[in-house]
Design a protein around this ligand. Structure first.
Ligand code: BES
Ligand code: ZN
Length: 641
């Protein structure tokens, strides 16, 4: 049994969730009755059936009625057509433990889910407590991903994982699938012999005889952070509160890459943002089709195996996910329109940790590559696209995942940097971040809560009407699309960026002069310097005729790279320059992994280049479609129209 961190009292939990109800939160992406009922706790008891691709079992929800007007007799839970229901019953406080069967019906909601509607025997009054028991089967919905053995590293056993963010967990278990509310959960997962189950939970236990894994999450979390993976999974210790979990064949590589460093990241995080409350911080290296770089499931971040670069060069992703332990997992956006509260603050926190550990030059370099992604995104969409503001209105029917882009990350980072700039003193701003986490931990909030708290924390700024400086109005940051009005100064990164920029300029000349190019030695460059160099070339591609071939020949470190960030840039250069000699490498890259942020832009570039690249895109997609996450499949299909 693993021990957890400080236990939250019931009273704390109740207060936390009452707090959030003060500001009426809207979430168009849920049809649940989260305003009428509170989930105090839920338990999942599931059997994993790989043959049928089914999770079968029972969910028990402990509920309190928090508002009776306009909905006390109907309990609505988010679910998905891929889930089927066998029976539902309720036990209310008054009937001495008797379970009463309930009628249930399914109502359509959106393309990404439907509603389980339960009619209670009688209207609930505020304060009533009830227990609802649901026997159900989850199949292969968008949040429940079943992989064939061939899609795993080991190729022998199948694999199952769930991915909740943003609104996918409704296909895993019926729930109030909104980040506006939080609850504790527990689970008992029975798996076939030879399989291991892991979850985003503080307490773990294993009944070896029955092969049932028991989990408990002691802290209240939103539904999207509940996560499960089952497969041939083993682990190794890499720190006093950290293990890496992988398929056996990747264990050594994972251990080597992260042994010792995770604790450094956590310690700096704690120094900057306050206690790490989640007890353990483990990493699960996923099969290659995992659609994200990382997913901050509490206690157990899920990451792409692409991070096993062999040189620790992609640790920023881990630092990012660790930063969510405070921003996102403790203080949570109350709806997906305020996603920047999760990601913008996390980018800021990630770069604070990075500055402490690797210095300001390196961190500015990494931030500059982030800014380049924002530039690309805004160039593609047009700056005044409605998604290019921090507060997004998610209209009914729109899947929040379809609004995903760089703005909440990088414009969000600029806004948090601007808030720090107004304060003018890093220590004071760090202290504010600690106070902010402490004030809103275990709660869900909107941008207005953050900014009100900021202004009350810094009354001297409030007095100066700092939120209304023309051109930099807080309201403008939140509600006007466009390039950030304030950009943090990244010139401390010049020592690392200038050499990369100079080399790029040499390669961009119409007449290549190889002597000065050969004089520049890239062997000691950091991965992000090469990324920066490649971004510059990408921006200006197509390059003059013949340059790409020379580039490939000159830098095997790039054209034969194993590092996914480098391959991602290189194959885009290959496409934009129609460099057919490297189309094999392009194909290999798309076969080797299924990360959304790589896969979608690469297909987009192929689709817009030539007949030949279009045809190749269709061929590769036909061969790899099944390996991709359903959302990623759909995004690629949308490109092909
Ligand atoms: N929480 C996100 C991943 C996510 C976002 C999943 C929205 C589903 C919907 C995670 O923290 C993230 O941002 N990952 C990045 C890491 C990067 C910014 C360092 C990724 O996967 O690329
Ligand atoms: Zn993130």
């Amino acid at each position: 049994m693993r021990s957890g961190a400080t236990r939250l009292t019931v009273r704390d939990t109740v207060m936390a969730s009452e707090d959030v109800l003060e500001r009426s939160v809207d979430d168009a992406a849920t049809s649940s009755s989260f305003r009428h009922f509170r989930v105090r706790h839920f338990h999942l008891e599931l059997r994993v059936d790989f043959e049928r691709r089914q999770l079968q079992g029972r969910e028990v929800l402990e509920l309190s009625c928090v508002r009776s007007e306009g909905g006390g007799q109907e309990l609505r839970l988010d679910t998905h057509p891929s889930v089927s229901f066998h029976s539902v019953s309720v036990q209310s406080g008054d009937r001495e433990g008797q379970l009463q069967p309930l009628c249930h019906k399914i109502q359509p909601f959106t393309s990404y889910g439907c509603t389980l509607v339960l009619t209670l025997p009688r209207p609930c009054q505020t304060g009533d407590q009830l227990q609802v028991v649901i026997d159900y089967t989850a199949t292969d919905g968008p949040g429940v991903v079943w992989l064939d053995p061939e899609q795993t590293a080991g190729k022998v056993k199948p694999y199952l994982f769930t991915q909740g963010q943003a609104v996918l967990n409704r296909s895993f278990f019926p729930c109030f699938d909104t980040p506006a509310v939080k609850s504790t959960y527990s689970a008992s997962i029975k798996v076939p012999k030879g399989f291991t189950a892991v979850m985003s939970a503080t307490d773990w236990d294993h009944d070896e005889k029955e092969n049932i894994f028991h989990f408990k999450m002691q802290h209240p979390i939103p539904s999207y952070l509940v996560a499960l993976a089952v497969g041939d999974i083993v682990s190794a210790e890499v720190g006093p509160r950290s293990r890496v979990w992988t398929e056996p064949s990747l264990l050594e590589a994972a251990k080597e890459e992260y042994d010792g460093v995770i604790e450094d990241f956590l310690k700096v995080g704690e120094k900057l943002f306050g206690p790490y409350v989640w007890g353990r911080y483990d990493l699960l290296f996923m099969p290659p089709s995992f659609p994200f770089g990382g997913m901050e499931n509490p206690c157990l971040t899920f990451v792409t195996p692409c991070l096993l670069a062999g040189d620790r060069s992609l640790a920023d992703v881990i630092i990012h996910e660790i930063s969510h332990s405070w921003f996102g997992n403790l203080v949570t956006n109350a709806n997906w329109g305020d996603f920047w509260l999760n990601e913008g603050f996390t980018m800021y926190a990630q770069r604070r940790i990075s500055t402490e550990l690797y210095g300001v030059a390196y961190t500015c370099l990494e931030a500059a590559t982030g800014r380049a992604l924002l530039r690309q995104h805004m160039d593609n969409t047009g700056e005044d696209h409605p998604l290019n503001k921090l507060k997004v209105k998610i209209e009914p029917g729109i899947d929040p995942d379809d609004t995903y882009n760089e703005t909440p990350y990088e414009k969000g980072y600029c806004f948090v940097s601007y808030l720090a700039h107004l304060v003018g003193d890093q220590d004071k701003f760090d202290a504010f971040l600690r106070a902010y986490v402490d004030r809103f931990k275990f709660q869900s909030i909107v941008a207005e809560d953050t900014l009100d708290f900021y202004l009350s924390y810094f009354p001297e700024l409030k007095e100066k009407n700092i939120e209304k400086i023309p051109g930099f109005e807080f309201d403008c940051w939140l509600n006007t699309p466009g390039w950030p009005p304030y950009l943090p100064d990244l010139s401390s990164g010049d020592t690392l960026m200038k050499p990369a920029e100079n080399l790029a300029n040499l390669w961009l000349a119409a007449d290549l002069n190889m002597d000065p190019i050969k004089a520049i030695d890239m062997s000691s460059w950091k991965t992000y310097q090469i990324v920066y160099f490649l971004d510059k070339l990408l921006e200006k591609s197509p390059l003059p005729q013949g340059h790409t071939a020379k580039l490939a020949e000159m830098y095997p470190k790039i054209s034969k790279a194993k590092n996914a960030e480098l391959r991602f840039r290189w194959v885009q250069i290959v496409i934009k320059n129609h460099y057919e000699d490297a189309f094999d490498e392009l194909q290999n890259f798309l076969h080797s992994q299924g990360k959304q942020k790589y896969t979608v832009p690469v297909y987009r570039a192929m689709w817009s280049k030539s007949e030949k690249t279009r045809k190749l895109a269709q061929e590769i997609f036909a061969a790899t479609e099944k390996q991709l996450h359903k959302n990623v499949q759909n995004y690629v299909k949308k490109i092909f129209v």
